[in-house]
Design a protein around this ligand. Structure first.
Ligand code: UD1
Length: 395
């Protein structure tokens, strides 16, 4: 990219001297292109950047490179999202894979630094709160490259979560903040971010739900899993605080026994959770629960369809709290806090921790049809990416 640019600027100076002013101006406008690197690394990143990359790559004002760090690498954790969401093949694949936090973050930083030195972008766009988000924003900031953060400002105020550390550090280093809900704006202002850099654009999670609506409806996942709409609930669990220790997994086993006596639970299991269940010799116990249907991780279309037709969702995920609020599906979040308070204050979400009593009571309430339908926060309307693009046009 940079060689082409220097060639173009050299060419334009020759052409100027030849007085071909018009042509020279055209060529100069090419050299005014904004070079943007968009980073994606882990499953919850892919749906957030899909539309943005597609639009940037088509826009003549931008030169866009997609960098995939390889934090997630299995077909079901990565490639299926590229296929279904029609995300262009990454221009650069860093292939870092799994590791401890320090190891994974460091590997991404080293590999990403080489990309930045080579490509010299004007801006790096990162999304969410995964290790790839932190690693790439830190690398860019150290090289003086501006950073824009999608899903900025969210805070759980719980530093035991690796994601909270990733959010705080990324925002401390960012120059442009794209925020999904009002609490994010307030957090950023409190932390001293410049008001003019904060843009409330809404949730980018909702954009693909609307954009892919027809394909989601066509998904045959219910038939494949022998499910009837409204006759089951969806379970997702992968947070270290829930699944890493024997004690918490044992608590979760008791909770799932009680819930699955009331309603069939469908559980696309995260590789990390399967791994921990195996380590603690609990996998057979979980698979032995009669109405807990454990399946491989699903692609985007099947997963959203599964949620859309479910009675409720039991989860510890972040982004699913947003999708369920948008779809008016009751959501029980097995955490003590959330960085997405609007889903609790306005939406369908309730924090239930690992409290069996609270969870079974909430499940009974949902099954008796007494859950509140909730309201959808401002700008969760499928146009968040368009708002981000309008801001990027002005930088
Ligand atoms: C990461 C994010 C988390 C996000 C989650 C979504 C961080 C700190 N955490 O957690 O915020 O909610 O992704 O999935 O970035 N593994 C595979 N195949 C893969 C990827 C991972 O088997 O393609 C297994 C490996 O055993 C790995 C483990 O999952 O060690 C954890 O992966 P990692 O990327 O470290 O974190 P997640 O738990 O996936």
């Amino acid at each position: 990219m940079k060689e082409v640019k220097s060639f173009i600027s050299h060419l334009s100076s020759i052409i100027y001297s030849e007085r071909y002013t018009l042509i020279a101006k055209c060529i100069e406008s090419v050299s005014q292109l904004k070079r943007i690197i968009v980073v994606a690394g882990a499953r919850p990143n892919f749906m957030k950047i899909a539309r943005l990359v597609e639009r940037l790559k088509k826009d003549r004002n931008f030169e866009c490179l997609l960098v995939h760090t390889g934090q997630h690498y299995d077909f079901v954790m990565s490639e299926v999202f590229f296929q279904e969401l029609r995300i262009p093949k990454p221009d650069v694949f860093l292939n870092v894979g799994s590791g401890s936090h320090a190891e994974q973050t460091a590997k991404i930083m080293i590999a990403f630094e080489a990309v930045l030195l080579d490509e010299k972008p004007d801006l790096v766009v990162v999304a969410g709160d995964v290790n790839s988000t932190l690693a790439c924003s830190l690398t860019a900031a150290k090289l003086g490259v501006r950073v824009a953060h999608i899903e900025s400002g969210l805070r759980s105020f719980d530093r035991t979560m690796p994601e909270e550390i990733n959010r705080v550090v990324t925002d401390a280093l960012s120059d442009i903040y794209f925020v999904s809900e009002q609490s994010g704006v307030e957090n950023l202002i409190r932390e001293g971010a410049a008001k003019k850099s904060i843009h409330l654009v809404g949730s980018v999670m909702i954009d693909p739900v609307l954009r892919m609506a027809k394909a989601i409806d066509r998904s045959r996942v219910l038939r494949r899993l022998d499910l009837k709409p409204q006759n089951y609930a969806v379970l997702t669990l992968h947070r270290p605080s829930n699944v890493d220790s024997l004690e918490t997994l044992a608590e979760i086993y008791k909770i799932l026994s009680a819930v699955s006596e009331r309603v069939r639970l469908v559980y696309p299991i995260h590789p990390r959770t399967r791994d921990r269940m195996q380590t603690h010799d609990l996998l057979n116990q979980f698979t032995g629960l009669k109405d807990l249907q454990m399946i491989e991780p699903l692609g985007y279309l099947d997963f959203v369809k599964l949620v859309k037709e479910s009675r409720f969702v039991l989860t510890d995920s972040g982004s699913i709290q947003e999708e369920t609020t948008y779809m008016h599906i009751p959501c029980l979040t097995m955490r003590d806090n959330t960085e997405r308070p609007s889903t609790v204050e306005m939406g369908t979400n309730k924090l239930v921790g690992r409290d069996k009593k609270v969870i079974t009571k909430a499940v009974d309430c949902i099954l008796n049809g007494k859950w509140r339908p909730g309201r959808v926060p401002r700008y969760w309307d499928g146009k968040a990416t368009e708002r981000i693009l309008s801001v990027l046009q002005e930088i």
